[in-house]
Design a protein around this ligand. Sequence first.
Ligand SMILES: *Cc1c(COP(=O)(O)O)cnc(C)c1O
Length: 360
Amino acid sequence: MITVTKTFLPPLEEYNKLLNGIWERGWLTNEGPLVGQLEDALKQVLGVKHLFFVSNGTLALQLAIKALDLQGGEIITTPFSYVATTSSIVWENCRPVFVDICPDTLCLNPELIEAAITPNTRAILATHVFGTPCDVDAIAQIADRNNLRVIYDAAHAFGVNYLGQSVLNYGDINTLSFHATKLFHTGEGGAVVTNNDYLAHKLGYMRNFGHNGPNQFVGLGINAKNSELHAAMGLSVLPYVPQLMERRRALSALYDKLLAPLRLQQPVVPTGAEPNYSYFPVLLQSEEQLLAVVAALNSQNVYPRRYFYPALTSLPYVSASTVCPVAQAVAARVLCLPLYHELAEAEVEQIVRIIAHVCR
Ligand SMILES: *Cc1c(COP(=O)(O)O)cnc(C)c1O
């Protein structure tokens, strides 16, 4: 069976070595040494100033919204992302205002943002979808002009650079997911990232019940900490990320070559962006063709995923009146093909043969 992704597991001895240390110390959570070590390593690898390891990428989004005091306000956001991008806005008592995506990058379209701004607009929450950087410069200018905060859902953008530096250096707060399906993972996990010292102070106490010392509280917090066991997984996986990325790059190049005769539309990576090859999305000509491709692949035990379908404008808890024609059309036609370190070249060939048979 070939699935859309497969979790990379590090050599068990390497994980066990870190577990031995945990057993010796008897220290499983609450700012343990491995959490600190992982945070330091990630700050270095990603080239960012402050990073907090948290329980998952969804809580990372909720912390970001909370830390920026956005409650009650409107947040301009993308209809084309995983559900957590929108649900975290609603969960934090803000109103998501959807702005359509660019048909080429599939990220939030900056040209449409200003028309959606009202006196209640407080922030922009955009996703670097499939690791493709948003138009971060245009978004920064709009935010400056209108006094808005910017959060990037960078769950797909681990290791993505833009104009020679980590894309995580744009916006007020960036969030990452280290879920088992992501390029770099800790089983479950995530991070909030910022270069702002004041926001870092706030995020630091917010993820730990608001504690500032054992008997003191500085503000409202929640339990968003992560454990030594998850940090150990992260520390064991992290050294392999360059290899995983290289393997995915090679497989993506093979897909590109074999799919070329079919002329399928693919998201455009903007100039200056160095992608991480975390996904391999293609756009079929119609939903009908997509369903035929999925059925043909499933019949051969290949299970791609409709990332992301449906468009988030159709969620039952958002304003039903929003229309985002580009996102809705893209969501109906987009399919992520299998891409992971253990996928064989012959399997890519087989997948493309099945698709070609339907799309010819
Ligand atoms: C995976 C993902 C999340 C949620 O992360 P979890 O760690 O699973 O909570 C949020 N946004 C996007 C775009 C994602 O792909």
